[in-house]
Write a protein that binds this ligand. Structure first.
Ligand code: HEC
Length: 107
């Protein structure tokens, strides 16, 4: 095999340096399905099964992450939160972060 050119290596490093590490570790779109988020919030994260369930696509990542944390911990607790709280023990902090970052990229 031909050794990689120095310039090619530099490009690769430049490309990967900008990616968040979670993009490598976790596939957020897959988690969104596997952790059943899809069942309530919809395939595209903006057609929830009930009108009073929130649309998530395009939401600010930090906001979405904080809401997940608060729903999981019970700090956010009213009306509809009970529906979601039940599954949140299955979702790690790192996974919430990855899903929140991904949701923010959706339109
Ligand atoms: C059983 C239904 C259900 C499931 C499963 C579910 N959610 Fe929710 N989710 C809700 C409901 C209902 C709310 C709104 C709660 C309220 O009214 O306070 C909500 C709220 C949220 C919010 C806050 C939105 C906002 O605008 O404040 C985020 C973010 C969120 N869910 C993400 C997720 C993710 C990610 C998953 C999967 C790990 C998930 N949800 C699984 C029903 C669900």
């Amino acid at each position: 095999m031909k050794p990689l050119k120095k310039s090619a290596v530099a490009v690769l490093i430049a490309l990967t340096a900008n990616l968040p590490t979670s993009a490598f570790a976790l596939d957020a779109a897959e988690l969104y399905v596997k952790k059943t988020c899809v069942a309530c919030h919809g395939k595209d994260a903006k057609t929830p099964i009930l009108p009073i369930y929130p649309k998530l696509a395009g939401q600010n990542a930090d906001y979405a992450y904080n809401q997940m944390k608060d729903i999981a911990s019970g700090a956010r607790n009213h009306g509809q939160t009970a529906a979601m709280k039940g599954i949140m023990h299955l979702v790690s902090d790192e996974e919430m972060r990855a899903i929140a970052d991904w949701l923010a990229t959706l339109e």
